[in-house]
Design a protein around this ligand. Structure first.
Ligand code: SF4
Ligand code: SF4
Length: 348
């Protein structure tokens, strides 16, 4: 497997990383164990997980902690206070069955996260203390908001960032984040290179993200066949033809008007509609599966769309000009259809 230097960390990571969300949300442990070991056997040495990814950390610890020298592990804390930070880190270490995390990230450090990272609880100090204690090696964050990501990258406090990059959601390159991270020597992990499961055709997805030599895309795999196909493409390289580019442009223009980046700028809604959560329906469905979206908690969120009064405040705030009320109504219709079909199957 080709390798690359991950910014100022100096870590020599595999050209692609393994995103470990789906191994916890959609499959049993035996499947997760096979996928994780196969990924390492194929030369992937960079794994990204989170305290919040159900039992992903636990599965990693159980399946591959005996091969700890074969991989770097990145995980994340959603803690907003010092107490939560330490509890989260100690729990991650316990579940991963390791004494250190290679890259520890603030999870979902969107615009506004400065308040708990640098001010108030100043959790960045916890990061430094954890590094001094040897519990973590490098400090990172994940985010879906471009402005917040640029601001954190420029702060000088972070070694690594994790931000979405795909040929449809391509603002990281178009608006200069890839270039800025390179200039600052901040390691760049590319989140959702397959659009969080919304984009098929591995050649297109990889052809786009692999053109950035300083960015390591982190990919969530579901099957051994997918994993082998992607590793093979990375090894051989992807040469996009003019016909490929035309097809990618077509897909981008078809999907672009509905492709939510998860940045959350559209919120809050004065009527209490959880816009981001609804707009991310296809990502949740792909990554978590039917049972997860059928839960009461998510169904209630979908039903809140009925409160929308079409004031269009959210549309004005969306940097990608998505027609949010229209897209949400389509999502609600698809959701209800899926739930009806599910009920129908159960009744038979
Ligand atoms: S258009 Fe609807 S969802 Fe958007 S802010 Fe207004 S009420 Fe909320
Ligand atoms: S609807 Fe627009 S503003 Fe809201 S999360 Fe999605 S991309 Fe961001």
């Amino acid at each position: 497997m080709k390798q690359m230097r991950l910014g100022r960390t100096g870590l020599e990571v595999s050209r692609i990383g393994f995103g470990a969300l789906q191994i916890a949300t959609k499959y049993d442990y035996a499947h997760a164990q096979r996928l994780l070991n196969l990924a390492l056997d194929l030369g992937i040495n960079m794994l990204d997980t989170a305290r919040g990814y159900q039992d992903s950390e636990e599965r990693i610890g159980r399946a591959i902690s005996h091969r700890r020298d074969d991989f770097f592990i990145a995980t994340k804390s959603g803690g907003r206070t010092r107490k939560d930070f330490w509890e989260s880190l100690d729990e991650s270490l316990r579940r991963l069955r390791t004494d250190h995390v290679d890259i520890y990230q603030f999870h979902g450090a969107e615009t506004g996260s400065e308040k708990y990272i640098f001010e108030g609880e100043s959790t960045i100090e916890c990061m430094r203390e954890a590094r001094d204690q040897g519990k973590i090696r490098f400090i990172g964050f994940s985010s879906h908001s471009l402005d917040g990501t640029l601001s954190h990258a420029r702060s000088g406090h972070f070694d690594v960032l994790l931000y979405p990059v795909s040929y449809v959601g391509n603002e990281a390159a178009e608006r200069g984040l890839v270039q800025e991270a390179e200039r600052l020597d901040v390691g760049f992990l590319g989140m959702k290179p397959f659009g969080g499961g919304r984009l098929g055709e591995a050649r297109y997805c990889l052809g786009y993200v692999l053109q950035f030599p300083s960015m390591a895309p982190v990919i969530g795999f579901e099957t051994e066949a997918e994993l082998r196909e992607v590793v093979n493409l990375v090894e051989t390289g992807v040469e996009l033809t003019d016909a490929d580019r035309r097809e990618m442009a077509k897909i981008k223009s078809q999907l672009g008007e509905k492709f939510c980046r998860g940045c959350g700028y559209c919120q809050p809604c004065p009527q209490g509609v959880p816009v981001l959560s609804v707009m991310f329906y296809d990502v949740y469905h792909k990554q978590f599966g039917d049972d997860w979206i059928a839960r009461d908690e998510y169904r209630k969120e979908i039903e809140l769309v009925d409160r929308c009064e079409e004031c269009r405040q959210c549309v004005e705030r969306c940097p990608f000009d998505l027609d949010i009320p229209v897209v949400m109504r389509e999502i609600v219709a698809r959701y209800r259809e899926l739930m009806r079909a599910r009920e129908g199957r159960r009744a038979r």
